[in-house]
Design a binder for this molecule. Structure first.
Ligand code: COS
Length: 385
C-alpha cells in the first residue's frame, strides 16, 4: 500500500535539501537568470551534495536512494531555481539512469562515478530540428564501420550540451526498421566532428545551458553503444519515464514556491487598511495554489511509489507530469496576480517561476503527448499510430 508518511531518513534528506536550496540556490537565482549564467560553482555544490545521481547505486558513486526520496530533493531544488533543477534532472534521470539501466559493467564504471560526483556533466541528445514529438522518426544516422560507428546529424534543445563531456546520442542505424533501428551511443564530446553552439533568447531557464549539437562523421567504437542496436527507442522512452518524473517533481517545487511567496507577500501587503491576505478573493487564489501543489505532489509520490515497487508506471508518470507542469504554469500566473505590480519584476521569484515553468509543458513530451499516452491507456486505442 502507498504510504504518505515519510521515514526519518526522508525527512532529514528533505530538510537538508530545503536548507541547501535556501542557502545556495535562492540567493543566486536572480543574478544567474539576469546574466544567463550557467553556474558551474553551483553545479559543483549539487555534486558535493550527492544530487547529481541520487538514485544511482552506491557502488557506482550514487546514493542508492529510491524515487520517492529523489522527488523530495528535486522539489526543493526546483523551488529554488528550475535552471539548477534542470542540471539535477538531466544528469540523474536522462543520463545516469539510462547508463545504470542499459549499460555494461565497463560503461557504468567508466561514466557513473564521475557523473554522480559532478566531475563531468552529461547531456541527452534525442530531439532534432525536425524531430520532436515523433521521436522515433529521427534523422541522425549511425553507420557501421570496421570496429565501431560513424555518426552524423543535428540535435536541438539539448540541456547542458555546451558543457557536457559525454552525450547520450540517439541515431538511426537502419531507417527501414523505424523505431527498431534506433541505437543509443555514449559519445565523448571531445570527439573529432562533434561541436555545439549555445541557444540564446529563451523565455525562461535562462541560467540553464541549452545547445544545438552537430555531429559530422563522429567516430566511436563498439563500446560506445548503450544497449544493443535496436534498443535505442526503449532506452529513450525509459529515460523519459525517469525524466518526466523529475520534471514533475521540480514543478511541485514551483507550485510550493508560489504558495510560500504569495502567503508571505499577502500577509505583509496592506490595502484598505488590512493585509490583502484577509480578502476572500486573495484567499481564493492562495487556496487554488495550495490545492495544485498538494495534488501535484500526491501524483508525483504515487508515480514514485510505482517505480520503487517495480510496477508499470509510464501512464502514471505522464499523469503526474501533465498535471504538475500545467499546475506550475497556472500557479505562477496566479502568484503574480497576488503580488500585483511587484510580481511583474524580479524582486520576487514569481515572474521567474512563470517563465521557467512555461517550458515544462513543452519538453520531455508536450502536454498533448502526455494526454495521448493517457488517452491510449484509457481507451486502448493508439491515436499516434
Ligand atoms: N520503456 C521502455 N520501452 C518502451 C516504453 C517505456 N516507457 N514505452 C514504449 N516502449 C517500447 C514499446 O514497448 C515498443 O517496443 P516494441 O518495438 O518491442 O514493440 C516501442 O517502445 C514502441 O512503442 P510505441 O510504438 O507504443 O511508442 P510509444 O507510443 O511509446 O511512443 C510517443 C510514441 C509519441 C509517445 C513517443 O515517441 C514520445 O514519448 N514522444 C515524445 C518524445 C519526447 O518526449 N521528446 C522530448 C525529448 S527530451 S526534451
Amino acid at each position: 500500500m502507498i504510504d504518505f508518511e515519510l521515514t526519518d531518513e526522508q525527512r532529514l534528506i528533505r530538510e537538508t535539501a530545503r536548507e541547501f536550496a535556501d542557502r545556495e540556490i535562492v540567493p543566486v537565482a536572480r543574478e544567474n537568470d539576469r546574466n544567463e549564467h550557467f553556474d558551474l560553482e553551483l553545479v559543483k555544490k549539487l555534486g558535493d551534495m550527492g544530487y547529481l545521481g541520487p538514485i544511482v547505486a552506491e557502488e557506482y558513486g550514487g546514493r542508492g536512494l529510491d524515487y520517492r526520496t529523489y522527488a523530495l530533493i528535486v522539489e526543493e531544488v526546483g523551488r529554488g531555481d528550475s535552471s539548477a533543477r534542470t542540471v539535477v534532472s538531466v544528469q540523474t534521470s536522462l543520463v545516469c539512469s539510462s547508463i545504470q539501466r542499459w549499460g555494461s559493467e565497463e560503461q557504468k564504471h567508466e561514466w557513473l562515478p564521475r557523473l554522480c560526483s559532478g566531475e563531468i556533466l552529461g547531456c541527452f541528445g534525442l530531439t532534432e530540428p525536425d524531430t520532436g514529438s515523433d521521436a522515433a522518426n529521427l534523422k541522425t544516422r549511425a553507420e557501421k564501420t570496421g570496429d565501431g560507428w560513424r555518426i552524423s546529424g543535428q540535435k536541438q534543445w539539448i540541456s547542458m550540451g555546451n558543457f557536457a563531456k559525454v552525450a547520450l546520442v540517439f541515431a538511426q542505424t537502419d531507417p527501414e526498421q523505424r523505431h527498431r533501428g534506433l541505437a543509443a551511443f555514449l559519445v565523448p564530446t571531445d570527439s573529432p566532428g562533434f561541436s555545439s553552439s549555445a541557444i540564446h533568447g529563451k523565455l525562461g531557464l535562462r541560467a540553464a545551458d541549452t545547445a544545438e549539437l552537430s555531429l559530422d562523421g563522429v567516430e566511436v567504437g563498439d563500446e560506445a553503444l548503450l544497449g544493443r542496436v535496436g534498443d535505442g527507442f526503449k532506452v529513450a522512452m525509459s529515460a523519459l519515464d525517469s525524466g518526466r518524473y523529475s520534471v514533475a517533481a521540480g514543478c511541485v517545487g514551483i507550485c510550493q514556491g508560489c504558495v510560500d511567496a504569495s502567503v508571505e507577500y499577502s500577509k505583509d501587503r496592506m490595502q484598505f487598511d488590512r493585509p490583502i491576505a484577509s480578502f476572500q478573493l486573495v484567499q481564493q487564489m492562495i487556496a487554488d495554489m495550495v490545492v495544485d501543489a498538494e495534488a501535484a505532489r500526491a501524483l508525483v509520490w504515487r508515480a514514485g511509489w510505482l517505480k520503487d515497487t517495480g510496477k508499470p508506471n509510464t501512464t502514471e508518470t505522464s499523469i503526474a507530469k501533465l498535471f504538475a507542469t500545467e499546475a506550475a504554469v497556472r500557479s505562477a500566473n496566479t502568484a503574480i496576480q497576488v503580488h500585483g505590480g511587484s510580481g511583474y519584476v524580479d524582486d520576487y521569484p514569481v515572474e521567474r517561476y512563470l517563465r521557467d515553468a512555461r517550458v515544462t509543458t513543452l519538453y520531455e513530451g508536450t502536454s498533448q503527448i502526455q494526454k495521448l499516452i493517457i488517452g491510449r491507456a484509457a481507451t486502448g486505442i493508439n491515436a499516434m499510430a
